[in-house]
Design a protein around this ligand. Structure first.
Ligand code: AMP
Ligand code: MG
Length: 412
């Protein structure tokens, strides 16, 4: 047996398998609310949105110029047309065109009846309201057709879609002032540990400041979440039981950090077994091996490890996806890029590793990545310097300089 492989009592679950199992046991929220468009930014659509109209809703000019009919064109020779009016954006030309006539037109203005082409103003000469068109003037150019973007009755955005700024523009263009979105997830997060003290206190021997509630505060900033900081819970079975039971009555999701392992003072697993349903996983990932996932009544529970970097990695790789799925979003896989490694990386076989890295691009657009420094799961400084994870698969034994490696970007 490979001496690098440590024997585990129970087999480790792969990250992908853990992710799959998590999503399978989550029932996405059905409750929804109708919000004005701006309030809906970053929220998940609860229903398909159908366009009540075509986009563009009328045929219009893409340029400032002159609108004319292709029937007036004399092929391969110059010709002239009389300008008989103007079509402004918002103020269409109302008259009817006769043969040999054209209309001054501006970008966004309705194409007058009987016209089907626009010539740019730069391409013509205008002498006393008669324009000369070049021999090679093309027909049907600089015209935006009705419905070429969206047809009336077409789905604009599907249920499960997260609304981006450009989605708001799409819905607004179709005249939709409000949309139905899944309601926000009510999430509470706690830190657990007798050694933890809040900022503002003086540290006694062996105590540390609670930093996980700060990373989680940041990681949970999302339009789909309504987040509450639950404070610190001591390593005490009864207190933990009371706090978690009370929170489960009010919140959709509880997240804890710390106490997630199987040490003498790690009560999260035992408490969850008593008051809820438990999936305790040892995941083949580093950092972040122990992860407790389950339910207390209708409330979902995520018990993350205590080490600050394990919190970050398990959240970004697993918990965020689960939360977004619960919030109604269609499942999303992380984006990876390949980059040339510029520092040698050591690894033992067995777990997929998420190393903090610094990714950059050269002028040709090629990606390079270097280790951000020390990789212990308590090392915050390298995480602060990093902008990505270098993901080394379970079987990998590391990477050499110039080897291509897989990189997962930190969420912005
Ligand atoms: P645990 O998972 O409770 O065994 O904690 C693992 C390590 O993470 C220990 O060194 C803890 O002191 C540390 N830790 C746990 N919770 C926090 C926290 N909220 N902030 C900073 N470090 C923590
Ligand atoms: Mg602890």
């Amino acid at each position: 047996m490979d001496p690098c492989v440590r024997k585990e009592a129970s087999p480790l679950l792969t990250v992908d398998e853990a992710c799959k199992q998590m999503l399978e046991s989550i029932q996405p929220l059905m409750a929804h609310e109708t919000l004005a468009l701006k309030q809906a930014l970053g929220r998940v659509l609860s229903h398909d949105v159908i366009s009540p109209m075509a986009l563009p809703s009328f045929c219009h000019s893409a340029m400032d110029g002159y609108a004319f009919s292709s029937r007036d064109v004399l092929e391969h020779q110059q010709f002239a047309l009389k300008v008989v009016g103007t079509s402004w954006a918002g103020h269409p030309f109302e008259g009817a065109l006769k043969q040999g006539e054209c209309v001054r037109i501006f970008t966004g203005a309705v194409l007058p009846e009987k016209t089907d082409s626009v010539v740019m103003q730069e391409d013509v000469n205008n002498f006393n309201m008669v324009i000369e068109l070049p021999a090679d003037v093309g027909c049907f150019k600089h015209v935006r057709m009705m419905g070429e973007d969206v047809q009336a009755g077409q789905v604009l955005c599907r249920a499960g879609h997260l609304l981006s700024p450009i989605d708001l523009a799409l819905l607004a263009a179709a005249g939709l002032a409000a949309v139905s979105v899944t309601r926000q997830l009510k999430i509470i997060y706690f830190s657990t540990g007798n050694e933890l003290v809040p900022l503002g206190s003086t540290l006694k021997a062996g105590e540390i400041y609670d930093s996980n509630r700060y990373s989680l505060y940041g990681l949970l900033q999302h339009a789909c979440f309504e987040v509450t900081d639950g404070g610190i819970i001591a390593d005490d079975k009864d207190t933990l039981t009371d706090e978690l039971l009370a929170a489960s009555e009010v919140y959709d999701v509880i997240i804890t950090t710390g106490g997630a392992s199987v040490g003498e003072a790690d009560y999260v697993k035992t408490v969850l077994e008593t008051i809820g349903r438990l999936n305790f996983w040892k995941i083949a990932m580093k950092p972040g091996k122990p992860l407790t996932f389950g339910q207390i009544g209708r409330c979902y529970f995520f018990g993350l490890p205590g080490n600050p970097i394990a919190v970050m990695v398990t959240f970004e790789r697993l918990v965020k996806q689960a939360l977004m799925y619960l919030a109604g979003r269609a499942p999303q896989n992380p984006w990876y890029v390949q980059a040339i490694c510029t520092t040698p990386l050591k690894k033992t076989r067995g777990r997929q590793e998420y190393l903090r890295g610094i990714l950059w691009q050269n002028d040709d657009g090629e990606f390079f990545v270097a280790s951000a420094g020390q990789q212990g799961s308590h090392i915050l400084s390298s995480a602060s310097a990093a902008n990505c994870y270098i993901v080394l698969d379970a079987e990998s034994l590391g990477a050499t300089v110039n080897e291509s490696v897989k990189v997962m970007l930190f969420s912005a």
